[in-house]
Design a protein around this ligand. Structure first.
Ligand code: SAM
Length: 330
């Protein structure tokens, strides 16, 4: 069951979004950006009529943001975004559910503890609504994180901006195609739920080793290459990837590329039940960028998650990775 504070904020965001959709002829997600901004600024910034204004004021007054934790704000935001995304057509551009974000945070924490890291830079080159990064920032609130996000879709990026403001989380956001040159220094950690598909912009694709000679390159391949380019040697990368990443005729090229630049740390298959269609099922793929003097792991960590809703199952994987990291350090 939802906490009532989360439910209340969801209700306020949802209702004010509906009002703004009607008054300003916006889509649900566009209107959600506007209401989020109103809530943050403590004002109604759109030219709405008096009736709409009064209804919105009443709704905003019913909520006291300072009484909500960052996680409660994020969860309410996740629910409204989910509602808005139902009409958002592209299946590969969906928000990353927090069940995945929580699992990645737990895994990342083990790597950070193992590496005695207390502060780090974080990049999500496909930041979308910002839900994945926000989940990590909230779960790892005991770490100083300097976060960066890139997103080509301006509505999604505005959502990331608005929710970061409301949660008082700091993140630098860039509205651009992440496969164009990025003006972001290499980071310690990359996390990304990769967009899967073809990348049509040949003028940028040709700069990548993983471009295809014939036809369009795979954007998920180019994202992996771009991410490794923007990771410090010895840095970590956590990708949400399609299970069939290593299938198909181009897979050998990806293997060879990874062998040259990274050490594969682990592959964790997410529960098939999470995905409407088994063909769209995903895994978490963990890499470490090669660093001089470092050796590849003795054994790659492999696991299959039974269910993400089951706390014990998540804890069990975290314990397994802890043991694996200890063994690797010997
Ligand atoms: N983690 C995100 C979240 O929590 O909302 C969701 C990521 S979604 C699976 C993939 C994202 O990649 C989409 O938001 C999509 O718009 C974005 N994307 C696709 N191609 C891109 C590109 N070339 N440059 C930047 N972003 C891109």
């Amino acid at each position: 069951m939802l906490g009532s504070k989360v439910e209340n904020l969801f209700h306020v965001l949802d209702q004010t979004t509906e009002i703004l959709m009607q008054s300003c002829q916006l889509t649900y997600l566009e209107a959600l950006v506007e209401t989020g901004e109103n809530l943050f600024q403590g004002d109604i910034l759109q030219p709405v009529d008096d009736v709409a204004k009064k209804r919105m004021e009443k709704l905003y007054q019913s909520i006291k943001l300072e009484m909500l934790s960052k996680e409660e704000i994020r969860r309410a935001f996740q629910l409204v975004t989910l509602k808005g995304m139902r009409d958002y057509v592209q299946p590969h551009h969906q928000m990353t559910p927090d069940s995945i974000g929580i699992l990645i945070s737990g895994l990342l924490r083990e790597f950070l503890i193992n590496g005695h890291i207390e502060t780090f830079t974080l990049l999500d080159p496909a930041v979308g609504t910002g839900n994945l990064v926000a989940t990590i920032q909230n779960q790892l609130s005991d770490y100083a994180i300097e976060a960066y996000g890139v997103e080509v879709d301006d509505v999604l990026l505005k959502l990331a901006y608005v929710q970061a403001n409301l949660q008082e989380q700091s993140i630098q956001l860039y509205n651009q195609d992440a496969l164009e040159p990025l003006f972001i220094d290499p980071v310690d950690v990359v996390v990304s739920d990769l967009p899967v598909g073809y990348y049509p912009r040949k003028e940028f694709a040709k700069e990548y080793q993983l471009d295809r000679e014939e036809g369009h390159a795979f954007s998920h391949y180019l994202f992996i290459e771009q991410s490794l380019k923007h990771t410090k040697p010895g840095g970590l990368l956590f990708f949400v990837i399609p299970n069939d990443l290593f299938e198909g005729e181009d897979a050998a090229k990806l293997h060879a590329f990874l062998k040259e630049h990274a050490f594969i740390q682990g592959l964790i298959q997410l529960p098939l039940s999470m995905f409407k269609n088994e063909r769209n099922a995903k895994s978490i793929f963990i890499l470490k960028k090669k660093k001089e003097g470092e050796a590849p792991p003795k054994k790659v960590f492999m696991a299959q998650m039974p269910k993400l809703t089951n706390k014990n199952a998540v804890q069990d994987i975290i314990s397994q990775i802890r043991i694996w990291l200890r063994e690797e350090a010997k």
